[in-house]
Design a protein around this ligand. Structure first.
Ligand SMILES: NC(=O)C1=CN([C@@H]2O[C@H](COP(=O)(O)OP(=O)(O)OC[C@H]3O[C@@H](n4cnc5c(N)ncnc54)[C@H](OP(=O)(O)O)[C@@H]3O)[C@@H](O)[C@H]2O)C=CC1
Ligand SMILES: Cc1cn([C@H]2C[C@H](O)[C@@H](COP(=O)(O)OP(=O)(O)O[C@H]3O[C@@H](C)C(=O)[C@@H](O)[C@H]3O)O2)c(=O)[nH]c1=O
Ligand SMILES: [Mg+2]
Length: 289
């Protein structure tokens, strides 16, 4: 397939570019210079001008705390631009694939969140991502909204890389232990998006799907696993703290685990084990040194 991808430097965008050829796809990535998401009309025009068989949006405003101070930019990038892309893709009759987030939920459930559960974002990032979902659904074309969580890779900004940096600098690191979710390797997300693009083109059902890594952990558990794997001989101590002891501009959900049954039953795609993804990322970072 010919694939048009918004985003070039992001975690998922990079992994898409790496994987596409191996599955026989021709992929064109549009970075910020070619398509700026603060200009939704330009993004729509890029879709309209393209001969792609499917469009994937891997660009987003992902700075959760900064979004609290820039709600208007976050809304344009996370809601207006994807909406404009989805309408242009629908007009061309090609599938549109997009990612959303566990942060559309308020975190109050005592089980994994299902696609049908009520949303209730706690901050601007989650609100704007949810508004994007609504615009895409309203465009009424074939589409996938893949809600994922806690994305990590060897590139860009993510919790794994932050912990590796802090682990070198400090003896002890305080990490919140009352927010739980599923870390998800970016390469597994890219693979899943390609499978879904192929599936949609073959007439399989679209819609909203949850896709997150297993097992569910707290950020402190995740940090522990990162240190176990990366610093076996000189492991930094982790102080497990409540969120109240780590104040941030944006509130984050306490339980953001995603129930991933639907994507398994509809598309045969299972949850990745993030521990295997973590090992791959550490190996990649090591060989890059
Ligand atoms: N990261 C995470 O933990 C999670 C992410 N998601 C979702 O998954 C998707 C992929 O996220 P991820 O790969 O982590 O993203 P990253 O934060 O790694 O990258 C964001 C990408 O968006 C681009 N971008 C931001 N603003 C603009 C703009 N105005 N115009 C053009 N490009 C822009 C960035 O480009 P540049 O380098 O030029 O800034 C970058 O390529 C997003 O939809 C995100 O909301 C969902 C759950 C968790
Ligand atoms: C750096 C650090 C963070 N934390 C906490 C803060 C926060 O509650 C949690 C994670 O911090 P981060 O800033 O890495 O994560 P955050 O930016 O909230 O990550 C989110 O990004 C967006 C894009 C998503 O869609 C979400 O799925 C999620 O991945 O860990 C500590 O407790 N100690 C620390 O030293
Ligand atoms: Mg962050």
């Amino acid at each position: 397939m010919r694939l048009l991808v918004f985003g070039e430097t992001g975690q998922v965008a990079r992994e898409l570019a790496r994987k596409a050829a191996g599955r026989g796809h021709r992929l064109e990535s549009l970075g910020r210079g070619a398509a700026d998401l603060t200009d939704p009309a330009a993004c729509a025009a890029a879709v309209t001008a393209s001969a792609a068989d499917a469009v994937i949006n891997a660009a987003a405003y992902t700075a959760v705390d900064q979004a609290e101070a820039e709600p208007s930019i976050a809304h344009t990038v996370n809601a207006e631009a994807p909406g404009a892309m989805a309408r242009a893709a629908a007009a061309r009759g090609v599938p549109f694939l997009h990612m959303s987030t566990d942060y559309v939920f308020d975190g109050s459930a005592d089980r994994g969140w299902k696609e049908s559960d009520a949303t209730g974002p706690l901050g601007v990032y989650g609100q704007t991502k949810l508004a994007g979902e609504h615009q895409i659904a309203a465009a009424d074309g074939r589409h996938v909204i893949l809600r994922t969580s806690w994305v990590f890779s060897a590139h860009g900004r993510n919790f794994v890389k932050t912990m590796l940096r802090l682990g070198l600098e400090r003896e002890e690191i305080s990490v919140v232990d009352d927010q739980r979710g599923g870390p998800t390797p970016a390469d597994d997300i890219a693979q899943t998006l390609l499978l879904l693009a192929e599936g949609l083109s073959a007439g399989r059902p679209g819609g909203t799907f949850h896709y997150a890594g297993a097992p569910t952990v707290s950020w402190a558990d995740f940090a522990e696993a990162i240190f176990d794997a990366a610093f076996p001989t000189r492991k930094p101590r982790i102080r497990r703290i409540p969120s109240s002891a780590y104040p941030t501009p944006a509130r984050r959900p306490a339980n953001s685990a995603l129930d991933c049954t639907r994507i398994r039953e509809t598309h045969g795609i299972g949850q990745p084990d993030w521990r295997a993804g973590l090992a791959r990322v550490l190996k990649e970072l090591e060989s890059a040194q």
